[in-house]
Design a binder for this molecule. Sequence first.
Ligand SMILES: O=P(O)(O)OC[C@@H](O)[C@@H](O)c1c[nH]c2ccccc12
Length: 232
Amino acid sequence: MEVKVRSGSGEPLLGDRDPVGFAAECERAGAPCLSVVTGRWFGGTPALLREVSRGTALPLLRKDFIVRESDLDDSAAWGADAVLITPGVLPSGVLGGLVEGALRRGLTPFVEVTSAAQVDAVPHAGECVLAVNNKDIGDRERGPADLDRSRRLLAALRSAGTPCPVSASGLDDPAAAAALLAAGYAALLVGSGVLRAGARRWAADLRAARGSAGAALEAKPGRIPGGFEPGR
Ligand SMILES: O=P(O)(O)OC[C@@H](O)[C@@H](O)c1c[nH]c2ccccc12
């Protein structure tokens, strides 16, 4: 589940809720980890991550446009356990250094892809969480989500060897999210849907959609290097 102040098109999502209180609500609803969007386009700040990290014991993913090694140091200092790495927006030649730099620091690389070519180019994929972004970050996620992208790319994610294939973005409908877990995803990243419906409501609807109480949030990833353990 994700703490995000507003959408890429400016829709308020967190509203006047306290981020630490919202994180606690996610934890109670069964979220195994949290994403905190520090990117400015989405109203995020470093202070948001620091605040959430002081208020929760859940592993945290920093969602932002990480482009240089110093961003990795900042992320660790602000309390992140995992960092978003987005090959689609990186200058060529820096992907490998960022993945290795994250691993060296004990940060889990959470690599977000949108095509099979991007999956194939991820170095050390067996040590990364690989996530298919169902939206396009190039347009600040203002366009519609394409959940078929997750279906199409699951086999590529698996053969790349990631211990934790994730489907991310646009999972507003718990039934559609349940279908992706049934298709073989180990975990989901849900921001807007959870922020709009409330964590408890969204998780209850996911459990109902999966048909067996309690099974809904039991993602079963393999062992993930770094401090981020979405399945614990
Ligand atoms: O709100 P959604 O559609 O559930 O999406 C969550 C998350 O995937 C999204 O916030 C995101 C995906 N990639 C990003 C990069 C930066 C900031 C945010 C993001």
